[in-house]
Design a binder for this molecule. Structure first.
Ligand SMILES: [Ca+2]
Ligand SMILES: [Ca+2]
Ligand SMILES: [Ca+2]
Length: 472
């Protein structure tokens, strides 16, 4: 710890990356989209970019920092219903890493050729050799849960995050394969690589998901400079606890050992994303069959006086209307110590939204204590799940519970707790496909193991219990 703090101190003289960035706004216009856009364009300069998000009349406007356009001016444009900043989004990983995130060390993004999407594989059968390192899986009783009932439907869980190492041996078999982009086309070419949007969903060759940062079909989990708050390979770690392939003689197992992982990347190597890209990713998930999304991230904004993140609220409600459950990390408190992270009092979004299809998740350790960083809230955080020293898959065919082994920084976070609940929802739903998300959420909360210290902290007063859940 001392070593890390020393390191942090030495990193404190860095320049802000945001000095030259565009100002970005999300704007909801009236139904006459075309006319509203021409009004907006008239107000702004030629160097302003306006992008139609193709959802609910939301557009993204990017204007140079030096522009005289302001939120107030945009609000006055005829046809504009609502204006908000394109709020930034951050990961909820180990607070030690969070401490350095604020430094915004300028990084030049990699220009990298990401690996090709591997062909589907049928793995062998046999116990997962590293399963015993997953204390959380044993703690929540997954093995007992797996035996409870036969699988009836393959569930798709969208991991909406930094991408995934989609070449990882223990994840390949459980990657979602878009049925509209697999097989051969009329010319005998492989649909997944023919450069054609075969299923006409707006995305070319989107066989396992999409990368909304680079806007391509390879949502690779690109790591950044961890000491500058960059992505430590967050999405790959999350994916493993949702659905690393179980009983394949390799590595570990997710809570849902046979669920399908849809890979949606919207947070880049700097560990940051935007609300606009979150919206795109959530919409993709819902429209392409993911009944569950796993969301280990949070949005800034909505401080007193700031415009609410209406766009993010609306897309989560849209997910609910389409039958999709939104599992969200409760967030990691800013202090990093103590249990003073009541998000009923000081909200964290999206976990604090009063939207029914959200399940929000706190992080607990192997002794049923909250992670010192974990947010809670008796009205807004639903249940606890393993989120301290969590073992999972990592980029480069690895498995670990260490983010920085040299400094003994472990994989901690409400980010790590969330995939356990997303996996549990998938496991239960795959046995009871006739249920609605309302019923799935209710049964997950009703089956928790009550923990005295959680009684006044969480809606359910307890922690995820997969064994009990699967008996429901
Ligand atoms: Ca497509
Ligand atoms: Ca194609
Ligand atoms: Ca495995």
């Amino acid at each position: 710890m001392k070593k890390l703090l020393l390191l942090l101190a030495t990193l404190s003289i860095v320049h802000s990356a945001s000095a030259n960035e565009d100002r970005q706004y999300l704007i909801q216009v009236t139904s006459d989209l075309k006319q509203s856009l021409s009004h907006l364009q008239a107000l702004t300069s030629s160097s302003t970019h306006i992008q139609d998000l193709q959802w609910n009349n939301w557009v993204l406007l990017k204007t140079p920092k030096a522009s005289t356009v302001t939120l107030q001016k945009l609000q006055e444009v005829p046809g504009v219903n609502y204006v908000q900043p394109n709020y930034k989004i951050k990961l909820f990983t180990n607070p030690l890493l969070k401490q350095v995130q604020g430094l915004n060390h300028l990084q030049t993004p990699h220009a990298q050729d990401n690996p090709d999407i591997p062909a589907p594989v049928q793995g062998s059968v046999g116990a997962d050799p590293l399963f015993n390192k997953q204390w959380g899986m044993n703690d929540i009783g997954v093995k007992q849960g797996w035996r409870a009932a036969p699988l009836k439907k393959e569930m798709i869980v969208a991991v909406i995050d930094t991408g995934v190492d989609y070449t990882h041996e223990d994840l390949i078999e459980n990657l979602w394969r878009n049925p509209g982009e697999t097989g051969t086309d009329a010319n005998g070419k492989d649909k997944s690589t023919n450069g054609i949007d075969d299923d006409n969903n707006g995305f070319v060759d989107d066989v396992i998901g999409w990368d909304f940062v680079s806007n391509d079909n390879k949502p690779w989990d690109l790591k950044g400079n961890i000491f500058a708050g960059g992505n430590p390979g967050h999405g790959t770690h999350c994916a493993g606890n949702v659905a690393a392939r179980g009983d394949n003689n390799l590595g570990i197992s997710g809570v849902a050992p046979a669920a399908k992982i849809m890979v949606l990347r919207f947070i880049g190597e700097r560990g940051q994303g935007t609300t606009a890209d979150a919206i795109n990713a959530i919409k993709y998930a819902v429209d392409n069959g993911a009944q569950i999304t796993s969301n280990s991230w949070g949005s800034e904004g909505e401080e007193p006086g700031a415009p609410e993140n209406k766009a993010l609220r609306d897309i989560i409600s849209y997910a609910g209307a389409q039958g999709s459950l939104f599992v969200a990390a409760a967030g990691n408190g800013h202090s990093g110590v103590g249990y003073d992270n009541d998000i009923d009092d000081r909200p964290a979004y999206p976990a604090s939204y009063d939207i029914d299809n959200i399940i929000s998740v706190a992080a607990i350790d192997s002794e049923d204590r909250f992670g010192g960083f974990s947010n809670w809230g008796v009205k807004s955080v639903d249940l606890g799940a393993p989120g301290v020293k969590v073992f999972s898959t990592v980029v480069g065919q690895g498995y670990t519970d260490m983010v920085i082994p040299m400094l003994k920084v472990t994989w901690d976070g409400t980010s790590m707790a969330t995939p356990h609940v997303a996996g549990a929802a998938a496991l239960y739903w795959s046995r009871h496909p006739e249920k609605t998300w309302q019923e799935v959420k209710a049964v997950i909360l009703a089956s928790v193991r009550k923990v005295p210290s959680m009684q006044n902290k969480l809606v359910s007063g307890g922690k995820l219990d997969v064994e009990a859940l699967m008996k429901q």
